[in-house]
Ligand binder design. Structure first.
Ligand code: MLC
Ligand code: AMP
Length: 498
């Protein structure tokens, strides 16, 4: 009986006394103890009647127990639905309605609000300090659990990514998607059981959950597990680490710390950046300060990682390197889909074992973005330089990336447009030194109406996670449009930058 993802990541470590997690603030969890915890959690899930293919929604603070829920789902053939802790009740209500989980796990403080939107699911709690009804149940559950057989195509997780129409889509990721990507990355980035990854990313996204955790577990290394990214805490633990994975904001914030010196980074083997563009300036400053060249790679929720700069060989700033082994990347005409000659700018399309199987219960959306021949249309615009390095030069999809979090303007525009007195609105990103981009909204009132920006923000923000809140909202007379009547966000971006 085999389980495609569990066996190589966790199953082979069942009796291992090697450290898996050095937990911030003290405590070490061995691989063996972590695997036992996953068995106990799996028994709790089975006791609730959950069976292979059922979904488990998880909206909790980062903790070792939260990560064990992921391992328990994989070993049980359950499908994990990790959710950003910043999501509000109205955002959550959509995810729970769409994914129809049989179990929801949230913090005790959120249990009352969650109960209102459970949609028939069971509810267990897990607090940031590891307490809660889930932990209580796991503590008295049996430590033996038969790993559930799972084939390559069985689902391991559904991760929601917002759509251009404002409706989020659940990307279905299989055991083989996750395993193939971890295998390729571990090899390419030369991870071994000697590595200690400083883990400071959230574990509800591809980067922190799959790239970081799966690569480490697959190779038997350890993680220093931080609850969140805090530059001082990272600096304090850096001497014990060999590798760090982060979004560009991690690196700009580290560079702002005088204590982040060449000596502080001397023993490090690897710094990886992704999820958002790393500015050439950050790359240069980082090298001047530490002597290390950050290794930038490119990925997406739907495709896991697609491209990476080389481990040995030139890490070229402003590029995301080469297609991963086993993954194909081509540049196509955004209108016709025809492949473009080398050097031209067009749509980045990706095919490989890393590419997801489609959007949960959205066959039309899947057909729009995932071609029958297996190529996924990323929505990112790119160009391949003469040496084969891929450069991401823009995005065709209307998307803001702030500190590595995606913000879909449409979702905010829909809320603004529905308010009384609002004729129309436009939401867009402008450069921000810390987050890469920040969100601005402009609103056109109906004729003869006077609108108060603060009042408009107060109306929409309760429905939106904090990171999606526009940092500025301005009232304008009209929106710039092209001859086709389409709002010209490039002009708005220029007007409101700086
Ligand atoms: C927090 N805030 C943000 C924000 N993060 N606002 C905009 N964008 C963000 N990314 C809010 C906070 O709620 C806070 O609100 C205020 O902004 C300032 O917060 P802060 O204290 O400065 O932020 P902090 O909590 O330190 O978080 C910043 C961060 C975090 C960069 C550490 O955002 C982070 O961990 N980002 C990583 C995201 C990630 O993992 N992305 C991978 C996606 S996978 P207030 O109320 O205090 O003002 C993917 C595929 C791939 O994209 O290729 O990897
Ligand atoms: P997500 O949907 O959260 O997985 O975000 C994926 C998107 O992040 C991609 O489609 C890109 O637009 C962007 N992205 C990821 N890595 C990079 C990178 N290294 N450089 C530029 N953009 C990136």
């Amino acid at each position: 009986m085999t389980n495609v993802l569990f066996d190589p990541l966790f199953g082979r470590h069942t009796d291992s006394t090697a450290p898996f997690m050095f937990v911030e603030g003290g405590g070490t969890l061995t691989y063996g103890a972590f695997v036992t915890l996953s068995a106990q959690l799996a028994n709790v899930f089975a006791g609730l009647g959950l069976a292979k293919g059922d979904r488990v929604a998880l909206q909790v603070a980062k903790s070792p127990m939260a990560l064990a829920v992921y391992a328990a789902c994989v070993r049980s053939g359950l499908v994990l639905l990790p959710l950003n802790t910043a999501y509000t009740t109205s955002e959550l209500s959509y995810f729970l309605g769409d994914a129809e989980p049989r179990l929801v796990i949230c913090a005790g403080k959120d249990a009352a609000a969650m109960t209102e939107i459970l949609n028939g699911a069971a509810l267990l709690t897990l607090n940031a300090n590891g307490t809660g009804s889930l932990s209580d149940a796991a503590a008295i559950a049996a430590e033996n659990h038969d790993v559930v057989a799972c084939a390559a195509g069985d689902l391991a997780a559904i991760l929601y990514t917002s759509g251009t129409t404002g409706r989020s889509k659940g990307a279905m990721l299989s055991h083989a998607n996750l395993l193939s990507n971890a295998t390729v990355l571990a090899d390419l980035w030369q991870f071994t059981d000697k590595d200690v990854l400083l883990h400071a990313l959230p574990i509800f996204h591809t980067h922190g959950l799959f790239v970081a955790v799966n690569v480490v577990a697959l190779t038997g290394g350890a993680m220093i597990f931080h609850a969140a990214f805090k530059p001082e805490a990272v600096l304090a633990d850096l001497p014990r680490a060999t590798a760090l994975m982060g979004v560009p904001t991690f690196y700009t914030r580290l560079l702002a710390e005088p204590a982040f010196t060449r000596d502080a980074a001397a023993h490090m083997r690897l710094f990886v950046s992704g999820s958002a563009p790393l500015l050439a300036d950050t790359h240069t400053q980082f090298e001047a300060r530490t002597g290390h060249r950050i290794l930038e790679r490119y990925g997406m929720t739907e495709t896991n990682m697609n491209a990476s700069n080389p481990y040995t060989g030139e890490r070229r700033s402003g590029t995301v390197g080469f297609a991963l082994p086993g993954t194909e990347i081509k540049i196509t005409d955004p209108n016709t889909g025809a492949e473009l000659p080398q050097g031209e700018t067009g749509m980045i399309e990706v095919r490989g074992p890393n590419v997801f199987g489609g959007y949960w219960r959205m066959p039309e959306k899947t057909a729009e973005e995932l071609r029958e021949n297996g190529f996924f249309i990323t929505g990112d615009l790119g160009q391949i330089d003469p040496d084969g390095y891929l450069m991401i030069v823009g995005r065709q999809k209307d998307l803001i990336i702030s500190g590595g979090y995606n913000i879909y303007p449409k979702e905010i525009e829909v809320l603004l447009d529905a308010l009384p007195g609002v004729n129309e609105s436009a939401v867009f990103g402008v450069p921000n030194a810390d987050f890469g981009e920040e969100t601005i909204a402009v609103v056109v009132p109906e004729t003869g109406i006077t609108l108060d920006p603060a009042a408009l923000l107060a109306e929409i923000t309760p429905h939106l996670a904090r990171f999606k809140h526009p940092r500025r909202l301005e009232i304008v007379r009209d929106l710039p449009r092209n001859t086709m009547g389409k709002v010209q966000k490039n002009i708005l971006r220029k007007t409101y930058s700086g």
